[in-house]
Design a protein around this ligand. Structure first.
Ligand SMILES: *Cc1c(COP(=O)(O)O)cnc(C)c1O
Length: 364
């Protein structure tokens, strides 16, 4: 048994795991009411109401949710701008390419955030662009993009804004309306601390209504999924029942912890503690402090010494934790996440293990 210091799936509580010990029938009223409660609570977390906004649950991992939004909302005569600074931003471009959407890329370096002014400039030069998509927390590097500035810029210019808030929603407060977000996508196994199996989409109702009949896929048709779910809470196709039960419990636990502000504080405290202890050991974060998010941190390999990530990974895993390899291409990094059922004590223990590893491998 080891704890996961990864950006999801992550270490969940015993009670979340316990919630999955029931086999539920999908058309049963009790089950449908769980779906309705989840949809309602997600809107509350985003500070929006059912008059103007709605939520849709979608089978599959986070990527399925992103693919659902992009391929259901960008029509054949419309065009998508993707602001990317990492692998998840580029994945949106990959999805757009596969689906044959009209799209354009605004690419930033992995350690720089997309600039709202630059987005405005692109929109003004390209009146044919109708939608803009960006990642909030780029899990590739741990950088936190300025979704608020970009969202407001997109709104001021009358376009539709799609935010991949996969690794941030529930861990960072996102007032959806204030930030000008039309579609927000996240999934069950990230900061809400559930298990994998579905993604969810929070949407402005008028923006979602505009998507009717535009979908390029049957199973990922966002509008059709919503229409079916609106009737009485039954999902369109077989839903991941155990995951849904676990998620309902995870939402209760988020509430009991003190909601997003309390969870954000726990993540932030763990993240700061981790970074300061790693710095003491000579390990530098890849992202500068001003843009470092509280979810996951990429560290450079230590300099001026032999270092094997695989050896360190195995050493740490034997002692109770799984860390994550790097994903940025220009530098040798590894990543440590601090979301899930993870506390300050875990950061302290982990850093002691890393210290021992560095000591022992120096003498080896
Ligand atoms: C986890 C994640 C996704 C979705 O990845 P899946 O493997 O499909 O769950 C998308 N974007 C970001 C930023 C993520 O962290």
């Amino acid at each position: 048994m080891y704890k996961l210091l990864t950006p999801g799936p992550l270490t969940t509580t015993e009670s979340v795991k316990q919630a999955m010990m029931i086999d539920h029938c999908t058309w049963d009223d009790d089950y449908k009411s769980i779906t309705r409660t989840i949809r309602k609570k997600l809107l509350e977390l985003a500070h929006v109401d059912e008059q103007e906004y709605t939520s849709v649950l979608m089978q599959g991992s986070g990527t399925f949710g992103i693919e659902s939004v992009l391929t259901s909302t960008v029509g054949t005569k419309e065009k998508l701008l993707i602001a990317a600074n990492g692998a998840y931003g580029l994945r949106m471009a990959d999805i757009a390419g596969h689906a044959g959407l009209h799209w354009e890329l605004y690419l930033e370096e992995n350690d720089r955030i997309p600039n709202a002014g630059k987005v405005v400039q692109i929109l003004q030069q390209n009146p044919d662009i109708t939608h803009v998509a960006m990642v909030h927390g780029e899990t590739t590097s741990g950088i936190l993009n300025d979704a608020r500035a970009v969202g407001q810029a997109v709104k001021d210019n009358g376009r539709t804004f799609i935010l991949d808030a996969m690794s941030t929603f529930g861990g960072i407060d996102i007032p959806m309306s204030d930030w000008g977000i039309d579609f927000l996508v996240s999934s069950a196994n990230k900061c809400i601390q559930g298990v994998p199996g579905f993604s969810f989409i929070l949407a402005r109702k008028d923006s979602l209504q505009a998507a009717k009949g535009k979908a390029r896929s049957l199973s990922l048709d966002l509008y059709a999924q919503w229409e079916a779910m609106e009737k009485d809470g039954k999902w369109r196709f077989t839903s991941p029942t155990h995951t849904v039960l676990a998620f309902a419990e995870a939402l209760n636990e988020l509430e009991r912890e003190g909601g997003i502000p309390a969870r954000n504080k726990r993540y932030r405290d763990s993240n700061r503690l981790l970074i300061s202890k790693m710095k003491e050991m000579g390990m530098r974060p890849y992202i500068e402090e001003a843009h470092q998010g509280p979810i996951i941190t990429a560290f450079y390999y230590p300099e001026n010494r032999e270092f094997s990530f695989q050896e360190m990974y195995t050493y740490i895993k034997k002692r109770g934790y799984a860390i994550y390899p790097g994903k940025v291409t220009e530098a040798d990094t590894f990543r440590i996440g601090n979301i899930g059922e993870i506390y300050r004590e875990d950061m302290i223990k982990l850093c002691e293990i890393i210290k021992d590893f560095l000591e022992e491998s120096k003498h080896a």
